[in-house]
Design a protein around this ligand. Sequence first.
Ligand code: FDA
Length: 393
Amino acid sequence: MTHSFDVIIIGAGAAGLMCAIEAGKRERKVWLIDHSVKIAEKIRISGGGRCNFTNLHTQPQCYLSQNPHFCKSALRRYTPQDFIALVRKHGITFHEKKLGQLFCDDSAKQIIAMLLAEAREAGVKLENPVQVSTIETIAGGYRLNTSQGERTCTSLVIATGGLSIPKIGATPFGYQVAKQFGLNIIPPRPALVPLVFDGALLACCQALSGLSVEADVRFGKQVFAEGLLFTHRGLSGPSILQISSYWEEGEPIVINLAPGTDVLAFLKEQKQSQPKLHINNALAEILPRRLAQSICDEHNGSGPLASLSDTRLAALASAVNAWHVKPVGTEGYRTAEVTRGGVDTRELSSQTMEANKQPRLFFIGEVVDVTGHLGGFNFQWAWSSGYVAGQYV
Ligand code: FDA
């Protein structure tokens, strides 16, 4: 039976575009479709409009998944250097901001233009907006009912991403397709997302809203040392976004607001050398003044150091070095950068991204249960998983 296309890819985001380019280069007849009027919106808004398109230090440890080995093969076969070569080929200039994070010097739109140019050159037929209402298996492939009519294909690729930022087109479509074909889903939840608090903690965050400090944030064995930002709803900033991907509801996280300083030793030393120094002023030597004052208020710490027992100093020091806070939740998909969970990797081949029990059905990108840390790792997963599927579809 002749099909309308060799490959239909649903979702023209990062992973879908990469897969389409690679399949097109192999002379496969590719139809890349998206339900949105504007495609690749997440690339456009990423990295504050400059797209943190990869990370030089990409390694499997930078990803969360029920199977931490799953991402290895794809990441090895399409590396950050491969994507950098593509970016260079298109004359896009970029810089390392910090920690191996590569950003465009100018605009994320350059990455979209690059991918669209590559897709055009590879002969990919891109159409949007196109809605898919049903998918069914037929001899040697799939039949889709779409807003453009019925189309058939040999290979079907699901690249519809996760649930974050519904207002720019995120849908649970990929999970629904997985369910239709009996594939297990690891329950999705918002990740790389600000944490929210209530009661006294919320009041404290609100009073300090806008203030940022360098902090170590810990949940279990996982620690991130990056910026922390107080907000009117709770805590945000890179260290909090990172830990949010690991945090389990009902559990506390532990924050060191003065990493590298043993605050108890510091306060005892100050008590010796400057006994008349007030505790808020002593803490203000290692913390922003507003934060120092807030910690003193919260823990009834006032007066000169000489008047405070070592036990009291220890309590104040621990509020700085090991602040235990229990979030009540996250800001949810409205602001989450990614979705944790997704199509269970045990259902897929790590070599090809094809479903083990459903021949020629592929899942790539964020819809799969592979979630990167903050810093360009999620796009690298989209490029790598899209690339490998593109070699087999
Ligand atoms: P992606 O979401 O890119 O694409 C999915 C596509 O499928 C969309 O075009 C959507 O319209 C389409 N679609 C959805 N449902 C459909 C349906 N029912 N029918 C048809 N089409 C459908 N990562 C990173 O590495 N560096 C960064 O700087 C950032 N910055 C960043 C900022 C913000 C604000 C967000 C929200 C996210 C990031 N990310 C990021 C994460 C990154 O954007 C994300 O992991 C990738 O875009 C995932 O690529 P996918 O192709 O899997 O999905």
